[in-house]
Ligand binder design. Structure first.
Ligand SMILES: Nc1nc2c(c(=O)[nH]1)N=C([C@H](O)[C@H](O)COP(=O)(O)OP(=O)(O)OP(=O)(O)O)CN2
Ligand code: ZN
Length: 122
C-alpha cells in the first residue's frame, strides 16, 4: 500500500457569524490518497491525473465568497474540509484524508477530515 500526497492552495473570503465578520484567507489543502502500488511505476496514483482532478475542485473555491457555495453556508475549517472531501471524493479513487490549514507557519490552524470507513474504492 502506498500513500500519495498532493497540496494545493486557494484564496477565499468568508464570515462565520457571530464569531467573525467578512475577511479572507489563503488556505493550504493537503490531499492524501492510498492504494496498491503499480507494478511498473510503484505509485498508487499518477500525479498527472490527480492534478487535473484537484484543479477542477480548486477552481470551485478559489477567489470565491465561501458562504455563497451550496454546502458551505457556515464555512468553518471543518465544513470546508468536509466539502472538499466530498468534492475530491467524486474525482479521486482511494481518497484517504483531507487536511485544511489557514494562517502563517507557526500560527496556522486547521483540521483533518477522513472517512469513518477505509478509503473509497471506486
Ligand atoms: N474548530 C474551529 N473553531 C473555530 C473556527 C473554525 O473554523 N474551526 N472558526 C471560528 C471563527 O471563524 C473565528 O472567528 C476564526 O476567525 P478567523 O479569522 O477565520 O481566524 P482567526 O481568528 O485566527 O483570525 P486571523 O485572521 O487568522 O488572525 C471560531 N472557532
Ligand atoms: Zn476566517
Amino acid at each position: 500500500m502506498i500513500e500519495t500526497l498532493k497540496e494545493f492552495t486557494f484564496e477565499a473570503a468568508h464570515q462565520l457569524p457571530p464569531f467573525s465578520g467578512l475577511h479572507g484567507h489563503s488556505f493550504l489543502v493537503q490531499v492524501f490518497m492510498r492504494g496498491p502500488a503499480d507494478p511498473v511505476f510503484g505509485w498508487s496514483h499518477n500525479l498527472y491525473e490527480v492534478e487535473k482532478s484537484i484543479e477542477k475542485v480548486r477552481l470551485r473555491v478559489d477567489h470565491t465568497y465561501l458562504n455563497d457555495i451550496p454546502g458551505l453556508e457556515n464555512p468553518s475549517l471543518e465544513n470546508v474540509a468536509r466539502w472538499l472531501w466530498d468534492a475530491l471524493g467524486e474525482e479521486i479513487t482511494g481518497l484517504d484524508r483531507v487536511v485544511v490549514r489557514r494562517g502563517a507557519d507557526g500560527q496556522a490552524e486547521g483540521c483533518t477530515y477522513s472517512a469513518a470507513e477505509p478509503a473509497r474504492a471506486h
